[in-house]
Design a protein around this ligand. Structure first.
Ligand SMILES: *[C@@H]1O[C@H](CO)[C@@H](O)[C@H](O)[C@H]1NC(C)=O
Length: 217
């Protein structure tokens, strides 16, 4: 399982967000250049539609492939009270012929994206990964060199943390606590609940940039 929240930030404030994250996490950022291919199952695979994402990390010298299946969100009043989404997730490293395998199984290309940005991985109450990226679409099939932004001037911020059915509430509260540090710059909420940019972002960004980099919190 994983806990997840998302938000958006204007590209002009991303530098300030990076300074803030660097200060909180104390680890260097990792560059992100991820080709994401979303596949949906064909009708021959049973009644339940299935969706998988095949991702290729283009930052590595030797591109490495991962397949990810995002399952349903946890339901019930307990889950609704949490400010983060808890969902099942299966992720696995795969070899580069994975796309051919899924096509052979009857999956069809739904869409593909290129995410460009950076991520931070660290431990703060629990293992947390923050990714900040611009989402691009390809003008031609698989042509990652000719990608254009889907939402120019806006970047997506995603915070994820691995969890189990035993520890998800602890993980959710660690993620919520972490999100409060970012609140002056952006609002993070469950995926699908769009909250827009926060009005304090410009002032918070200006103050972060003038304080200088790397203030440890
Ligand atoms: C919860 O479990 C996951 C998966 O084992 C682990 O990565 C994470 O650190 C745990 N978090 C807490 C707060 O126990």
């Amino acid at each position: 399982m994983e806990c997840v929240v998302q938000g958006i930030i204007e590209t002009q404030h991303v530098e300030a967000l990076e300074i803030l994250l660097q200060g909180i996490c104390g680890v260097p950022r990792e560059r992100l250049r991820l080709h994401e291919i979303c596949l949906k199952s064909g009708p021959n695979l049973g009644a339940v539609a299935s969706e998988v994402r095949i991702m290729c990390d283009l930052e590595q010298t030797e591109p490495s492939w991962t397949v990810k299946h995002i399952g349903g969100a946890m339901r019930g009043s307990g889950a609704e009270q949490l400010s983060v989404l808890v969902r099942t997730m299966v992720e696995s490293k795969v070899s580069k012929n994975v796309l051919r395998l899924f096509y052979a199984l009857g999956y069809k290309l739904d869409h593909e994206l290129l995410r460009v940005g950076f991520s931070f991985r660290f431990h703060r109450g629990t293992h947390i990964t923050v990714t900040v990226s611009s989402v691009n679409k390809m003008l031609k099939l698989h042509s990652t060199d000719e990608a254009v932004p889907v939402t120019p001037g806006i970047q997506l911020v995603e915070v994820t943390a691995p969890a189990t059915s035993e520890n998800y509430s602890e993980v959710a509260s660690a993620v919520s606590t972490f999100c409060e540090y970012l609140a002056p710059l952006l609002h993070l909420s469950k995926p699908g609940i769009s909250t827009g940019v926060v009005p304090t972002a410009a002032a918070a960004a200006a103050s972060l940039l003038s304080d200088g980099a790397g203030t440890t919190m």
